[in-house]
Design a protein around this ligand. Sequence first.
Ligand code: ATP
Ligand code: FE
Length: 356
Amino acid sequence: MLLLGLESSCDDTAAALVRQMPGQRAQVLSSVVVGQTELHASFGGVVPEIAARAHAEKLDLCVEKALAEAELSLADVDGFAVTAGPGLIGGVLSGVMCAKGLSAATGKPLYGVNHLAGHALTPRLTNDVPYPYLMLLVSGGHCQFLLVHGPDRFERLGGTIDDAPGEAFDKVARLISLPQPGGPAIEQAAKAGDPKRFALPRPLLDRPDCDMSFSGLKTAVLRTRYKVIDEKGGLSVQDQADLAAGFQAAVTDVLAEKTRRALRKYLDHAPAVRSLCVAGGVAANKAIGHGLETVAREVDCAFIAPPLSLCTDNAAMIAFAAIEQSHLRGPDDLTLSARPRWPLDTRQPAMLGSGK
Ligand code: ATP
Ligand code: FE
């Protein structure tokens, strides 16, 4: 099966071709991602209307480029997979309309995919990971532990009750005058910093569950920054580095400890779980990756971190998720609707037929 995937739920426009032959692991034949960072830079965040218009303008080009890179044409494709939610409604609609157009024009099937399912299934695109496995999704907009039982069955074990870690990295970078995206900037600055200089909190570690909170940590960085500025009249490069290192260490500690709890608890309930997988842009952070790998090793679990290009938003994961799910369900029809909210741990409504 060869699917053309489309992704446009946030600020990346993406198209990809993924093929799976029976009994073999799927292959990414091409994956094109066009970001919009400069378009939103002066606004300090993603502007939904600007994002939607940019997606509408770029989707056709991405499709053409993905086909050209794979040296294929629409005639070779077996169907179309598109993110149908969750995400910014304008962007999701752009993708869904484009995919419907392609499906109607070619008479080939259309599959609406949950964006989070795309992230959660990615480890099976890059590694031989059997179900069930534990997934920690840590990105700019999401943070949750999922027990992935199958292509359409996800059990949420816990997650953030406020900010996602990527969002916190971005906001903290802004607070200490580092550039966007904040994650890589903080990771770079932290290399020269002392993580112990400032005492920052490790929120919710007193609670036994797998829920997390990052908003208070961000406020603690803000307060510390004011204190340093009051005392010294400004923030030196070393102060920035120490704050970055302290913040990164706190996020790492929280993620590692909550992962330890998720693994221990669910190894008891589902002893077959032997893999800890990560996805989302924050998984690119070396300190966080190292912390999570250490925890996985403690309980003899494999640690799987797909390459960054497949961990951040991309369309290959959407095409692959549709291929995985196609074994369990038929395609959607042209009534497929965009769903800005679409929680993963409920039964996937698209499984029932039309994605309504
Ligand atoms: P979502 O996928 O949840 O809709 P998103 O598209 O913003 O959100 P991703 O593209 O997966 O998320 O990741 C982007 C986020 O990852 C940003 O918040 C960025 O700061 C963060 N990030 C990227 N690299 C690093 C890093 N090295 N360390 C920490 N955070 C990072
Ligand atoms: Fe995403």
